[in-house]
Design a protein around this ligand. Structure first.
Ligand code: DC
Length: 226
């Protein structure tokens, strides 16, 4: 039987970086489900389709394929109609589009089996917003990873500045808050802590400390399975 660890939480809490490291340490596959919503968002942008429920979007979903694969280094690669779009989905515009399109029920339904099938055949650490509540309600360990909006915005700001981008902290904080609001207030699968999830707050903890924290939580709560 495969083991599943669900890690949910708001944008910028460090879910993907922490989950990636933790998966490597534990020999699990890391699955970033946000990339799937970003990919559907990219497909809609390219086709000029609004991120809203309706025939146009249904029509688009019936025509596209989204697949998850892994490269030689074990990193996740997302394919949209067989094209590797892993790099193209990492822009601020793609983030906003993903946030909007992820509120559409048909999009969530479209991506559900893909996510569940990955967990059926592999030991996974899967991160997202509704993994512990909807996608893998029977996950062995569920973690809700969060940090104060200001701390998340500061980390993102530092990252972008390091990349040489001209950005303002206030704009990024605004972006973080908007995405939190969208993710928490949509009707379907809103971001919320599962009743049986363990809360991990990394506001005051650095990356290394956060990875240790998550690994300790997983080991403590997996009843010897990990
Ligand atoms: O984690 P991320 O920033 O790459 O996610 C992009 C968007 O997708 C985010 O606004 C919320 C949405 N999302 C979701 O609704 N459910 C998931 N399991 C993962 C992401």
């Amino acid at each position: 039987m495969s083991i599943a660890i669900a890690i949910d939480g708001p944008a910028g809490a460090g879910k993907s970086t922490i989950s990636k490291f933790a998966a490597k340490k534990l020999g699990f596959i890391y699955i970033d489900t946000g990339a799937l919503y970003r990919t559907v968002g990219l497909a809609a942008t390219r086709a000029g389709v609004e991120p809203a429920e309706g025939r146009e979007l249904d029509n688009l979903l019936s025509k596209i394929t989204v697949e998850l694969t892994f490269n030689d280094r074990g990193e996740q690669v997302v394919l949209l109609n067989k094209e590797d779009v892993s790099g193209l989905i990492r822009t601020p515009e793609a983030s906003m589009m993903a946030s909007k399109i992820s509120a559409v029920p048909s999009v969530r339904a479209f991506l559900l089996d893909l996510q569940r099938n990955m967990a059926k055949t592999n030991n996974v650490i899967m991160d997202g917003r509704d993994i512990g509540t909807v996608v893998l309600p029977d996950a062995e360990v569920k973690i809700f990873l969060t940090a104060a909006p200001e701390a998340r915005a500061k980390r993102r700001y530092d990252e972008l500045i390091e990349k040489g981008m001209d950005v303002k902290y206030e704009d990024i904080l605004e972006d973080v808050k908007t995405r939190d609001y969208n993710d928490m207030h949509r009707d379907i699968a809103p971001l919320k802590q599962a009743d049986d999830a363990i809360l991990a707050d990394t506001t005051e903890i650095d990356l290394e400390g956060s990875i240790d924290l998550i690994i300790n939580i997983i080991k403590e709560h997996s009843n010897g399975a990990v």
